[in-house]
Design a protein around this ligand. Structure first.
Ligand SMILES: C[S@@+](CC[C@H](N)C(=O)[O-])C[C@H]1O[C@@H](n2cnc3c(N)ncnc32)[C@H](O)[C@@H]1O
Length: 282
């Protein structure tokens, strides 16, 4: 387990994932009944983009910093407001270069009645996560394999909520594990929203993932992808993808609006290409 998210926090892939996460949470918060967020690969919770690791890659400069500085078209700005306001609020209260990872963002965008389970298998990252969000009584942090969490913690007591699966993709077979996890999650929590993140580096793996997920014949499943550049090498992140099972009914249009504004900002050639399509249709 060599992956440290601090090197990549706030990059284009994080922006796209967190923009979608914020829209899903906005949808869940429309009903008063509580929901639960289970984040299987939670990371350290909050990142300092001015710190050594983030500065080594500079990825956030071409990601969240560009987005925060941009004059976004009004419809996209309105949809992104909860997410970007949460980033600004964290900076105001904690430090001007801080960035919320998925746990901090989920907590910031939820209500007192909602609950959170964060799994993180790396000890130091888990300790950081506990320190950063530990005082929040709504959240539990576990040093647990996130793949096992899919079986161990579903369905949640609240019977509504989101399962976020965001592995580091440093081991063989993680694309296959995504499909398996999606299938298990649906068996145990059929009405739940499940969001999977994957890197676009090797188009064959991405095609196979889309095909395998479509073959599961699950209910409505949305695929959202954003290319930052042409695929050049298997080692370079050329795009970012999300598969979302049971998405809120507005999410397809919302992500189209958001990505039409973000694609030119987050892509290396200033053009960017976004795709929002059904793997399993309406
Ligand atoms: C991509 S990062 C998570 C980023 C986070 N979800 C966010 O959006 O801010 C993946 C994290 O998974 C952790 N990890 C790796 N293998 C794991 C496993 N089997 N179970 C749980 N966490 C794991 C890594 O230490 C890393 O912190």
């Amino acid at each position: 387990m060599n992956y440290r998210h601090a090197f990549h926090a706030g990059n284009g892939a994080d922006v796209m994932k967190h923009a979608a996460l914020a829209r899903v949470l906005a949808h869940l918060a429309r009903k008063d009944t509580p929901f639960r967020v289970i984040d299987t690969h939670a990371g350290a919770g909050i990142y300092d983009l001015g710190g050594t690791n983030a500065q080594k890659t500079g990825e956030a400069e071409a990601g969240i910093e560009r987005v925060l500085a941009a004059d976004l078209p009004a419809p996209a700005a309105a949809l992104l407001a909860p997410y970007l306001d949460a980033v600004r609020a964290l900076r105001t209260s904690g430090g001007s270069r801080l960035y919320p990872g998925s746990p901090a963002l989920a907590l910031a965008l939820s209500r007192p009645q909602d609950r959170f389970l964060f799994c993180e298998l790396h000890k130091e990252e888990k300790t950081k996560l506990e320190k950063r969000i530990g005082a929040d009584a709504r959240a539990k942090v576990l040093l647990q394999d996130g793949w096992l969490a899919v079986k161990a913690h579903l369905p949640p007591r609240e019977r509504r909520g989101l399962l976020l699966i965001d592995p580091p993709f440093e081991e063989q077979g993680e694309f296959t594990r995504l499909t398996e996890a999606l299938s298990h999650a649906h068996d145990r929590f059929a009405q739940g929203i499940v969001m999977l993140w994957y890197p676009i580096k090797d188009l064959r793996s991405v095609d196979a993932l889309r095909r395998e997920v479509a073959r599961l014949r699950l209910p409505k499943t949305l695929c959202v992808e954003l290319d930052f550049a042409e695929v050049r090498s298997l080692n370079t992140l050329s795009g970012s993808g999300l598969i979302i099972l049971n998405p809120p009914f507005t999410l397809q249009e919302e992500m189209r609006t958001i990505l039409s504004a973000l694609a030119p900002l987050l892509s290396r050639d200033g053009k960017g290409r976004a795709r929002v399509s059904w793997l399993v249709g309406e």
